[in-house]
Design a protein around this ligand. Structure first.
Ligand SMILES: Nc1nc2c(c(=O)[nH]1)N[C@H]1C(S)=C(S)[C@@H](COP(=O)(O)O)O[C@H]1N2
Ligand SMILES: [Mo]
Length: 328
């Protein structure tokens, strides 16, 4: 019975990101001091008390929350938002299970603390922790989200433009592609041992121009809160004009390359999943015809839109290319 567990849409609250261990150990030291055990005399920890040690006592160690970000009015939906619980109980996240009930398999997943390394062909490679990411100005964007399995949802993401984030590392002119690597912790992910045929960690990629497109997001939340485990806590990409598998969940590394990187689904089935994987109603996948889609929750069917309805913002990226295959 899943309701006995932590509900799938319960998020890791931003408050859990506070260095509670530091806070507790400070209180423990204070307690020890009060008990006269002389802890304060033990080595350099006493330097902690250069300022008044009591001034933070009883105060919660709170960080400003970036959620919800300011709604970016430019991105409008042509359909109602998907119900939050529906979106959080129907997911693809193969590290946990190949079924849609990911929420029943994420108990062991510990998305905090976390680090995101940005490396490769850039002048300023850097590693970001969650506090660094949450300090970046967040916005909320309503996007359609379309899986190649022909279902879709429409959700409010919380995050910032990938382009703005990449500026921080100063990509070199030789950087032509951007690779995204997801986390790899088999001990927290029951799906990994169950499916040795899958080449985890999950890996994906975009051209640098796609990554710089204003639609491409680095998301740290959804529905006005920090990202729940099922949607790819604590940080993922959102590439709304492409099939869902191009949006990588729970990423730990972004790499700028001068070569075209291999991608997870292309490696497994190159005939079925191309590199570009733009949503295209006219090009069927061998198992799912793409002309229409099922809206999860309401089960309504809608005609699929080329580029998932984002033509005005992305068509220029592909104007000189001939794209034919489902994935292309
Ligand atoms: N690391 C990782 N990222 C992933 C996947 C996955 O299995 N592992 N599945 C992809 C697929 S197929 C889809 S449709 C979307 C689903 O995102 P959602 O569950 O938040 O709707 O995540 C994508 N990102
Ligand atoms: Mo998908």
């Amino acid at each position: 019975m899943w309701i006995k567990k932590r509900r799938a849409w319960d998020i890791v609250p931003a408050s859990e990101a506070t260095p509670e261990s530091v806070y507790l150990s400070r209180r423990q030291i204070l307690k020890a001091a009060a008990a006269g055990t002389g802890a304060l005399l033990l080595g350099p920890s006493s330097l902690l008390w250069a300022d008044d040690p009591k001034k933070d006592e009883g105060k919660k160690d709170e960080k400003p929350s970036p959620y919800p970000g300011r709604l970016n009015q430019k991105f409008k939906l042509d359909r109602p938002k998907t119900d939050e619980k529906v979106a959080a109980t129907y997911n693809n996240f193969y590290e946990f299970t190949t079924k849609k009930s990911v929420f029943e398999h994420v108990d062991a997943f510990k998305p905090e603390p976390w680090k995101l390394e940005v490396t490769g062909l850039c002048a300023k490679p850097q590693t970001f922790d969650l506090d660094d990411l949450r300090k970046i100005d967040h916005e909320e964007r309503l996007y359609r989200h379309r899986c190649v399995e022909a279902w879709s949802m429409a959700v409010p993401w919380e995050g910032f433009q990938l382009s703005k984030f990449l500026e921080k590392v100063e990509p070199k002119s030789e950087a032509k592609y951007v690779r995204f690597i997801s986390f790899h912790r088999p001990e927290e992910c029951p799906g990994i041992a169950q499916h040795p045929e899958y080449p985890f960690p999950y890996f994906e990629a975009l051209t640098i121009d796609e990554a710089k497109n204003e639609l491409a997001l680095l998301a740290t939340g959804i529905y006005g809160k920090a990202m729940p485990k099922v949607h790819g806590a604590p940080v993922r990409t959102v590439i709304p004009w492409k099939y869902g598998y191009k949006s990588s969940k729970s990423i730990v590394k972004i790499e700028l390359t001068d070569f075209k990187p291999e991608t997870f689904w292309h490696k497994l089935a190159p005939e079925e999943y191309g590199f570009f994987s733009n949503v295209n109603p006219d090009v069927p996948h061998p198992r799912w015809k793409q002309s229409s889609e099922r809206l999860i929750g309401t089960e309504e069917r809608k005609n699929t839109l080329i580029y998932n309805g984002y033509t005005a913002l992305v068509a220029d990226l592909y104007k000189d290319m001939k794209l034919e295959k489902a994935g292309d």
